[in-house]
Design a binder for this molecule. Structure first.
Ligand SMILES: Cc1cc2nc3c(=O)[nH]c(=O)nc-3n(C[C@H](O)[C@H](O)[C@H](O)COP(=O)(O)OP(=O)(O)OC[C@H]3O[C@@H](n4cnc5c(N)ncnc54)[C@H](O)[C@@H]3O)c2cc1C
Length: 553
């Protein structure tokens, strides 16, 4: 290892992936420098959906409530609603709870929604404010806004990063680097990796260049004669659109697909307002706060997620069409997965081979999630609105009914996705100890809790009202399940001998034992079941395996 190091890990990019990695590493005492080329944060609302699994990670880190308090007011419904035009006919609606109701509802939900948290609908810019504040508060994390990574080199025993800022240049040396630098990722390009998959898909909607405005209007709710919603879709033959409520009062985020002959640079604010008025079908003055252009129609995953000491995460390795709301959430899970492994190696208990499991585990998940998002884009975007959709009379009524049926089905398909959010698995990973059982099928809308090693630890509420996850330790947790806890002494002594941080937690109910179908279960720091069994006899070998040191099944 090089004698002079500025930090253990340099992170390039201060979006959700980079910030989450900084928090995970900082919480483990790892020194981090995060370079972000922008001096001030983006104030454009991109992602609108924080999935339940991401909220569970925020809960684990202690700030889920701060995120849930952001965005829409506590009693604002998070309905998804479809209209011909916002001030005209409502076609379909999927009603979903407010933030306040979500907090209570989750305590009574079972089956697919056996979880510690429900999703939260909030603009990414608000989430990033919380992530930034959490990262900033950690003593070993240094955020450097206004610094751009200009060059990155793996020196074999360290990584060198050249950075440029308004104050000049600096050279940083670290043990590892993470390129969380977004879709155009200079880090990925410097490693010579491209994306594989589909781009340039053309659909009637959600397949092409998209134009977005963030606007203010205190009167919009007055001119929409329908109950409030979080997401408003406009379905008509002139131009389709979607709009998210940003603060529940006067800020909105509106997106349309551009026609091939329309150039974003030539769209004036007056043109943008006219486009919005097409979707609204009412007169209303709006103030355009910001505008942006993005592309829908990507299903792309990078060839590689790592080379040597340099890792890649988030949009740098996967690009989605945002249907399903999976890009930022997948980016957060990349950061969660990589960070405990990096910290384990840096803190001495993880073998360097542990780091190779990052790509082994996350690349298939990226392929899975981008593919699901493409399916949602097809379901919404390939639907062709009937010609009579906006006509008065029976033909129009029938066309609206047909369209409403499609979107009532589609909304539940795209926006009720416990199977995607909880069902991601790491089967076949070298650091998972299989037990010969097969997991349930991977489906979008249903999640079957299972402690089959490789998936999310099944959740339950404890008698004292806490989530089981609140009882987990921050690193590995051994669950002793059932009224007669099995002897865990071998795990305790093997963990001590291998310096692996392990908490032992008893859950003394039959319900817990039945849920896990085992007396003992070893849970990883990212709440994935690493092993389960009835006896601790193999503890030393199990712990060697889950920390990257190999070991037989
Ligand atoms: C309209 C829209 C709606 C979306 N909706 C959803 C949704 O509902 N749910 C969801 O999960 N996802 C959604 N997404 C996707 C989501 O916005 C991205 O997946 C997410 O931002 C990826 O996070 P990231 O940290 O990987 O990358 P980014 O957020 O792109 O962050 C990368 C950062 O790296 C910085 N950077 C780049 N180069 C350098 C350099 N050389 N040096 C230093 N810094 C650098 C950039 O300035 C940037 O801040 C949506 C996207 C769009 C466009």
């Amino acid at each position: 290892m090089a004698d002079r190091q500025d930090c253990a890990v340099v992170i390039i990019g201060g979006g959700p992936c980079g910030l989450m990695a900084a928090i995970e590493l900082g919480r483990r005492g790892v020194s981090v420098i995060l370079l972000e080329e922008r001096l001030t944060p983006v104030r454009f609302p991109a992602a609108n959906a924080t999935q339940a699994r991401t909220m569970e990670h925020y809960r684990r880190l202690g700030f889920a409530e701060k995120v849930r308090a952001k965005g829409l007011p506590p009693d604002y419904p998070t309905d998804i609603a479809y209209f011909t035009r916002y001030a005209k006919h409502e076609l379909a609606r999927f009603s979903l709870p407010s933030a306040r109701a979500a907090r209570e509802m989750i305590k009574t939900m079972t089956g697919s929604w056996s979880a510690a948290e429900l999703p939260h609908r909030v603009s990414q810019m608000f989430v990033e404010d919380t992530l930034r504040a959490e990262a900033q508060a950690l003593p070993t994390v240094s955020l450097r806004p206004g610094w751009k990574m200009a060059d990155i080199r793996d020196e074999g025993d360290s990584v060198t990063v050249e950075a440029e800022g308004s104050d000049g240049r600096m050279t940083l040396r670290a043990a590892y680097a993470l390129g969380a630098d977004g879709g155009s990722s200079p880090t990925r390009k410097s490693l010579g990796y491209g994306y594989v998959g589909e781009s340039g898909v053309i659909r009637d909607f959600m397949g092409g260049r998209m134009f977005a405005i963030h606007f203010r209007s205190s009167k919009l709710y007055d001119v929409i004669p329908h109950p409030r919603a979080w997401m408003y879709w406009a379905v008509n033959r002139e131009r389709r659109a979607f709009m998210a409520a940003v603060n529940g009062r006067d800020e909105f985020n509106f997106h349309v697909q551009l026609r091939p002959d329309e150039q974003p640079a030539q769209i004036s604010d007056a043109d943008a307002k006219a486009i919005f008025h097409q979707a609204l079908a009412a007169q209303l003055d709006i103030e355009v706060i910001a505008r942006s252009v993005w592309n829908a129609g990507y299903t792309l995953v990078a060839e590689k997620f790592q080379r040597g000491r340099i890792f890649l995460g988030g949009d740098a390795v996967h690009l989605f069409t945002p249907t399903g709301g999976l890009g930022y959430n997948t980016a957060v899970e990349d950061a969660v997965n990589l960070s405990w492994k990096l910290a384990g190696v840096l803190n001495g208990w993880g073998h360097p081979a542990l780091l190779d499991s990052y790509e082994t585990e996350r690349q298939p998940l990226a392929r899975r999630n981008t593919t699901y998002a493409r399916g949602f884009a097809d379901s919404a975007g390939l639907f062709v609105p009937p010609p009579e959709l906006e006509d008065d009379g029976p033909a129009g009524d029938a066309a609206r009914k047909r369209t409403g049926d499609h979107f009532n089905h589609h909304a539940r398909f795209e926006f009720n996705i416990p199977g995607i959010t909880f069902g991601g698995r790491y089967d076949g990973s070298p650091i998972i100890v299989p037990d010969g059982t097969a997991p349930p099928p991977d489906t979008i809308n249903d999640y079957v809790p299972t402690a089959c090693p490789g998936g999310r630890a099944p959740h339950l509420w404890l008698a004292d009202g806490r989530s089981l996850y609140d009882a987990f330790g921050f690193e590995f947790t051994l669950l002793r399940l059932g009224p007669k806890p099995a002897d865990a002494g071998a795990f305790r002594s093997a963990a001590a001998a291998q310096n692996i941080p392990l908490s032992i937690v008893d859950v003394v109910t039959d319900e817990a034992r039945d849920l896990y179908a085992a007396d003992l279960a070893l849970i990883r720091p990212d709440q994935i079941v690493a092993w389960r069994g009835h006896s601790a006899a193999d503890a030393a070998r199990v712990l060697r395996r889950v920390s990257g040191h190999g070991g037989a099944d």
